[in-house]
Every structure is written in C-alpha cells, then in structure tokens.
Design a protein around this ligand. Structure first.
Ligand SMILES: [Zn+2]
Length: 158
C-alpha cells in the first residue's frame, strides 16, 4: 500500500488550531511544491458542518492567495477539521500562520461569499457565511499555533 503522510500523523496528539508543513516535494528540474496542513478544529472532537466548510473553501481560495505567494490549491479535509494547501516553494510555519491570520481576518470582514451561482459552484445551496464566520472567530480567539503539538502563537496577535 502507498504510504500517506497524514495517516502517520497522531491525530490524538495535535492541538488545533495550527499550521504544519506536511511535505515538501522536488522534481528533477528543481521545482519545489509544499503541502500544508491547516487544522482549524480539534480532530475527533469537532467538525465543520458542510455549509461552513464549503463557504470557507470559497473564501480561502479567494483570500489566501492575496497573503501567501505561490498558492496552487486549498482544499477541505474529508474529516472537515481543516484544509490542505498546496503551493510553490517553501514557506516557514510563521509565514504561513501569519498569512492565514490575515486571510481569516478578511473572512471576518466580508459580507459576501464569492462564486455561489449554479454556474460557478457545484452545490450552491450548501453555504453559510454566518457559520463560517462563527468558527473563524473561535479560531482567531484561540490563535493559530506554529507547531502542531504544542501551542506556539505569533507575537503580533491582537
Ligand atoms: Zn462551491
């Protein structure tokens, strides 16, 4: 069986919310791709309702690119506790967490969900900006740890 990095992570030991570099890959030409675990909720204790995780997917896709260079994709985890981000080149956990904090501030400030017509979205009825913002408010209050196993918060957190 193929080895999957995230299956080796002890989900009982992590302390959400956190960001974690889940992998770095390089091709023969030297191009670097980084995979990031952005864990918003504590595994096996909490989970987003589908409307909140779906709305957050739309908002992160829009705003994370404004704060973090080289983002290729941001996708929700099937367990609905967070998102994976795939990006070009390597960023430090501090850079990633700072960018995510700015992104989540944008989420709190928005009054619209981008791309929610039937043409743009595959399940346009399943959205909740209210729910997304309630969860994000809690994430920002707890702070985003730069380490998955112990709480290491940024210094510039208001
Ligand atoms: Zn959608």
């Amino acid at each position: 069986m193929a080895r999957v990095e995230s299956f080796d992570l002890d989900h009982n030991k992590v302390q959400a919310p956190y960001v974690r570099v889940a992998g770095v890959e390089q091709d023969a030409k030297g191009s670097t791709v980084q995979k990031i675990d952005m864990r918003f909720l504590q595994p096996n204790q909490e989970a987003f309702p589908t409307s909140a995780v779906h709305t957050l997917e739309h908002l992160l896709a829009t705003y994370l690119r404004e704060h973090l260079e080289g983002v290729i994709d941001v996708s929700p985890m099937g367990c609905r506790t967070g998102f994976y981000c795939i990006k070009w080149d390597e960023s430090s956990p501090e850079e990633i967490a700072t960018a995510l904090e700015k992104t989540l501030q944008d989420v709190m400030d928005t009054e619209v969900i981008p791309a929610v017509t039937t043409k743009e979205c595959g399940n346009y009825r399943d959205h909740s900006l209210f729910a997304a913002q309630e969860f994000v408010r809690e994430v920002l209050e707890k702070g985003i740890s730069r380490d998955p196993f112990e709480r290491v918060l940024g210094e510039n957190l208001e």
